[in-house]
Design a protein around this ligand. Sequence first.
Ligand code: NAD
Ligand code: UFG
Length: 340
Amino acid sequence: MRILLTGGAGYIGSHTTLTLLEHGHDVVVVDDLLNSKRAAVERVESLSGRTVPLHVFDLRDETRLDQLFARERFDAVIHCAGLKAVGDSVARPLDYYGNNLDSTFAVLAAMARHDVRRLVFSSSATVYGENAPLPCQEDHRPLSATSPYGQTKVMIEQVLTDVASARDGLRVALLRYFNPVGAHPSGRIGEDPQGVPNNLMPVIARVAVGRLDRLQVFGADYPTADGTGERDYIHVMDVAMGHLRALEHLDAMVQPARAFNLGTGTATSVLQLLAAFERACGHPLPYDVVPRRPGDVPANWADPARAQQELGWRATRGIDEMCADTWRWQSQNPSGYPER
Ligand code: NAD
Ligand code: UFG
């Protein structure tokens, strides 16, 4: 298939692009590079030996998007582009609602004009909010997120479901990622957050490489095995493979839109992840326990059964592999991707 991958220079988009190329698909990327670097796409090209056209513009530029669709005749769209920082979204809600919703509307309008009927969307476990029973199951209602960022995912899932119901032949997979971490095993592409990272794995990786002094563990008094927060960390290469499987499944889907959890089904605590990373990098990592971070839930993990049964997909990589691959990427690229 010829696939438009929005946000393809970003963390999940770059790994997904590589996986799609390795399975014989053609990929064209649109990314405004606000949270990513051109080098990510160049490295995907060098790893795959394939060319990846990168078009640098904001998806909300409907004229450019329309011209691209007219030229390329896409078979499918994978829509990863979006703003994703939870705390930032609380401070700048309008930017998040504006960017994430309007870019999705632009993609949907172009797909309708050019009769493209396959869409895979990057949703998030954040749609389960604070009160969903564990493990999280796709049919849980009501969906409700605790941040403007999360609300954009809830709203977009609803928009996509309604549009797919109304438009004959449109099929949409809503992929709810749990906590993607890790990097391609080559160490050539990985997660390169701009500014100070908020998420646990990039913080640990920067402590390990000496860019940050210590990890702050946000709370050790949760009702979990060791008192620290538990999450369902999933290797980004497994996430990438989830996109391929979803894409292959779209034409067989009975319902116009369907949600799938992409998680492992197991939870790992902050201190367990830290210990695994110490094994990977070979030295102890300093940390302090500090108060809980507002808005954090004690534990969260997926029921991945639907993706197993319907997509024939399951996560195959464990915590040690996630840490080893993150460490390879971080130690080979201590400052992330080069500027240019
Ligand atoms: P990322 O920031 O690395 O990649 C997103 C890319 O989209 C960036 O390169 C950014 O520049 C681009 N972009 C944003 N708005 C754009 C626009 N209007 N036009 C063109 N390009 C635009 O993020 P990621 O971690 O790769 O996440 C990809 C998707 O997955 C996002 O939608 C995110 O919300 C979702 N998600 C991520 C996680 C995670 O922990 N990484 C978890 C759940 C869901
Ligand atoms: N944590 C620390 N110290 C840190 C950072 C995180 O102790 O410096 C802890 C958190 O308290 C939590 C765990 O590590 O217990 C994981 O936190 P992350 O910030 O890595 O991930 P979250 O589960 O909070 O959120 C992530 C994404 C969201 C997404 C959600 C579910 O940031 O966008 O996963 O997919 F919605």
